[in-house]
Design a protein around this ligand. Sequence first.
Ligand code: IPM
Ligand code: MG
Length: 356
Amino acid sequence: MTMKIAVLPGDGIGPEIIAQALRVLDVLKKEGMPMEFTEAPLGGQAYDQYGAPYPEFTQKICREADAVLLGAVGGPQYDTLDRPLRPERGLLAIRKDLGLFANLRPAVLYPELANASTLKPEVVAGLDIMIVRELTGDVYFGQPRGMRTNEKGEREGFNTMVYSESEVRRIAHVAFGIAMKRNKKLCSVDKANVLETTEFWKEIVIDVAKEYPEVELSHMYVDNAAMQLIRNPKQFDVMVTGNIFGDILSDEASMLTGSIGMLASASLNETKKGLYEPSHGSAPDIAGKNLANPIATILSAAMMLRYTFDNEAAATRIENAVKKVLAAGYRTGDIYEAGMNRVSCSEMGDQIVAAM
Ligand code: IPM
Ligand code: MG
């Protein structure tokens, strides 16, 4: 059956990094893997063409696809648009529309890049954490929200932090499932000492844990988790948390690995449909200069093969090609160290294609 992949290059460096990921996938396609790519705009690119960050044209293509490969969205020229028209809203809308509630953000340190981390090599060497972030609930989507004038006549902004039982249960099952395939250690991150929403989260996670007696479950407050990630990150294997805490902790974890330019992500729904995107943003400052690191996007394509298409062999092949190129000393600017071979975005693509 043909694998239907929607390709959303997006803004900033999005088109450049997507181009390299497509070259890598094309190697597999030429060898006979039946893939069909359909391009559509998202974010600022979509606003420019259709006047909306997630237009109907894109919705249709994404709903019909098995998987979505996304570059990045956002740019300074869109920051002054009305809030519903901003690129980030396109990203939130596609997550909600496709029901992509499970966001997997691996933070893996490649041994070759141990010096790229700002932490001491011994603290991060061998690091391999999987952050499971709930992606369609929490204060990101809770109603009511907005800005208003209160009864004292003062302006205020407000959002609602809310999780339903079914939302917590399904993300907990995903996290326990992943823990079962790894080292059977799961840390659930909350702020149960202050916030009822997350006290409730913790209660449900403990209940789901009864179905996974082999998994060692621990709980940590989010402020402590932020500290422990820097102090001793290797104590973690799988972490599960809500949308806002996961947003913050996954950026933090990414930096343990030296560069956010290395980190892939998958956002899955209940039927294995997924959106795959680098964890980094659109980097408008280097857009169009062929300087971006395409590895996070290429590794996202590998995650797509693994999670949506169940093709572990093809996923591993891409990951091994990336490792080989790093071991051979090729580095984009974000991970460059003296003595290495500095390459552009497309040259990094050349090397990975060759290593395939
Ligand atoms: C992310 C980003 C998004 C988020 C923004 C761009 C809406 O930071 O994917 O982590 O907050 O989820
Ligand atoms: Mg973020």
